[in-house]
Each structure stands twice: as structure tokens, then as C-alpha cells.
Design a protein around this ligand. Sequence first.
Ligand code: ZN
Length: 136
Amino acid sequence: MAARGRYDHLVAAAKTARARAYSPYSGVKIGAAVLASDGSVYTGCNIENASYGLSCCAERTAIFKAVSEGARNITAIAVVGKSDEFTTPCGACRQVMVEFNPRMKVLRRGTDGFSEDTTAESLLPGHFKPDELSKT
Ligand code: ZN
């Protein structure tokens, strides 16, 4: 169990968002909450679709909500699932995280007690960077 701290409200928001997961096919429930640099919190859950490829992860749902509301610098994201393996962001989410702050804190929490703090850039070393686009 992680010590109480400055991100407790973010983890709590991710847990609340997890209850809203739409996952009738996998049954997997994930919640995420992002903290913007102005202190605003935006939440997301995984949203599945009968056409599986259209499903979206909780992390990207939360980040896209934040960005669509005007946030550009995201300082932290909490991801809550039932255990370690369900809080590991996929490659797509990792790339989206580094776009909005490579040093973004990533707080992974399992309802089974798993807890790990890391950063977006450490989850995706060698990530694609905006300056790569100017090398054409
Ligand atoms: Zn993902």
C-alpha cells in the first residue's frame, strides 16, 4: 500500500473512473485520472466496442479529455486496475503520454495492493519525438 501523499486524490479519481469502464467483451475494468499543470483533474475509463479495434484505453480517454478541455501540460496520470499487469500502459498510450510530458509521473495502482510509480519516458525509451518530423 502506497503512503498517503500528494497524489491520493488522483488515484481516488482513477478508482472512481474505473467503475465506469465499458468492457462487456473482456470484462477488464481500468480507470485513469490525469493531473494538469493547473491542478485540474480529468478522468477516463476503458471503452470497448463490438468492433474491437475501435476500443480505447482508459489512459488515452483521460488524456484526450484533458487536451480537449485545453490542458497541454499533464504532470501525472494514475492508472488503476485489478493488478500489476492491468495497469501497464500499452504502447499507444505510452506514446500519447510522452507527447504531453515525457516526465509525466505514472502512478500504477492495483486493487490487489500493487503500487508502482514511474515516468512516461522511462516506460517508452527511444520514443518518437516531434523533432523527428522536421528531419524529412
Ligand atoms: Zn493503452
